[in-house]
Design a protein around this ligand. Structure first.
Ligand code: PLP
Length: 379
């Protein structure tokens, strides 16, 4: 099998699975229990928090484990809206956010919030000024993702954080950094008040994530009031095995981060080179624009993406027609680019991980070429 869908989820390395197994079978204590098995677990959870915080470059005491990226996004938006309930009921986000942010915004609209969805340019980019211009005296929250999961486009979160106080010093900034965790993410340097991440995009298990909340948010609104876990903000017995796996994956990534980023950039460049001169092909997100190295979005104009995905899937090659969360439905991200219909219908995403090889990319490009040559265009 050739797996080129790391933006959907990544394989779990043996070392991560082993760390989880040890916790499940031997170190199974509840961190809230008083005897050594429990107290030891509590200390280990704090150690694991430090490992994830090291990868994110943020203080561990401001990092809270969640059950996934979706949970972090929802918590951040609701906590920021609540914190700024006296500022107003306006939210600024982008039209290309993950549905974890967009669907939460829709719920906030039902609660009386007005949401401005900033549109991208055709290449997927969004200048910081466009976001800042949308900020008003009653804007409670701005939420702009760090890396787009369908296009790989990086968004200017740092310049937005720098420009925000001049527009409205009270407005809080959230960034969904789920697709940026493996890269050179530094929550400290980014300047966002909330940063969401998820383990399963970097080789950790599914079902665990984390939310960084900056010291400026003094008393964050709890997501789950209850037994006091996660400093009383996100109660529920800690998912110790998941957290252990997240921490191990974070350590492995941090050890080899620069090397992995270089490898991914090389793979992306290799794929682009192999695709050069490919008929009916459009590269989305721009060839030279600021794009994360693990994602390459393409369109085979006229060849419907679902057919391509099915055809390659039958040959054991896993790629995606945009985001894994939108299978079967037209993607809101592609729609926001306002591409010609033929281009929009043929969008596919290749995404790479540390284990991906150039030979796998070559095999995928060959399969795409066969698909193009043997099938009739639909549009
Ligand atoms: N945000 C982005 C940008 C994502 O790519 C994803 C997952 O695909 C999520 C949020 C949701 O993360 P999780 O699957 O952990 O809920």
């Amino acid at each position: 099998m050739i797996y080129l869908d790391h933006a959907a989820t990544a394989p779990v390395p043996r070392a991560v699975a082993d760390a989880m197994l040890e916790v499940l079978t031997e170190q199974y204590g509840n961190p809230s229990s008083q005897y050594p098995l429990g107290a030891g677990m509590k200390r280990r959870v704090e150690g694991w928090r430090e490992a994830v915080a090291a990868l994110m470059d943020c203080p561990a005491e401001r990092l809270f484990f969640t059950s996934c990226g979706t949970e972090g996004d929802n918590w951040a938006l609701r906590a920021a809206a609540w914190q700024n309930r006296h500022v107003g009921k306006h939210i600024v986000t982008t039209a290309v956010e993950h549905s974890a942010v967009l669907e939460c915004c829709k719920w906030l609209e039902r609660d009386g919030y007005e949401v401005t969805y900033v549109a991208p340019d055709r290449d997927g980019s969004i200048p910081a000024e466009r976001v800042l211009e949308a900020v008003r005296p009653d804007t409670a929250v701005v939420s702009v993702m760090f890396v787009n999961n369908e296009l790989g486009t990086r968004y200017p979160v740092k310049p937005i954080a720098r420009g925000l106080p001049a527009r409205n010093p009270k407005t809080l900034l959230h960034t969904d950094a789920v697709q940026g965790l493996g890269g050179m993410l530094s929550a400290r340097e980014l300047g966002a008040d909330f940063v969401t991440v998820s383990a399963h995009k970097i080789g950790g298990p599914k079902g665990v994530g984390a939310l960084y909340i900056a010291p400026r948010v003094k008393n964050p609104r709890p997501l789950l009031p209850g037994g006091g876990q996660e400093r009383g903000l996100r109660a529920g017995t800690e998912a110790t095995a998941q957290i252990a796996g997240f921490a191990r994956a974070a350590e492995l990534r941090l050890e080899r981060r620069t090397e992995i980023q270089g490898h991914l950039a090389g793979l992306r460049a290799h794929a682009l080179e192999r695709l050069l001169g490919f008929p009916d092909l459009t590269v989305l997100g721009g060839v030279s624009s600021d794009t994360a190295p693990h994602i390459l979005a393409l369109s085979l104009a006229g060849w419907p993406s679902q057919n391509i995905v099915n055809d390659l899937g039958a040959q054991g090659i896993c790629i995606s027609a945009g985001s894994a969360c939108h299978q079967g439905k037209p993607s809101h991200v592609v729609a926001a680019l306002k591409l010609p219909k033929r281009v929009a219908s043929g969008v596919i995403r290749l995404s790479f991980g540390p284990e991906t090889t150039e030979a796998e990319i070559d095999a995928c490009v060959q399969a795409l070429r066969r698909h193009h040559d043997q099938r009739m265009p639909m549009l």
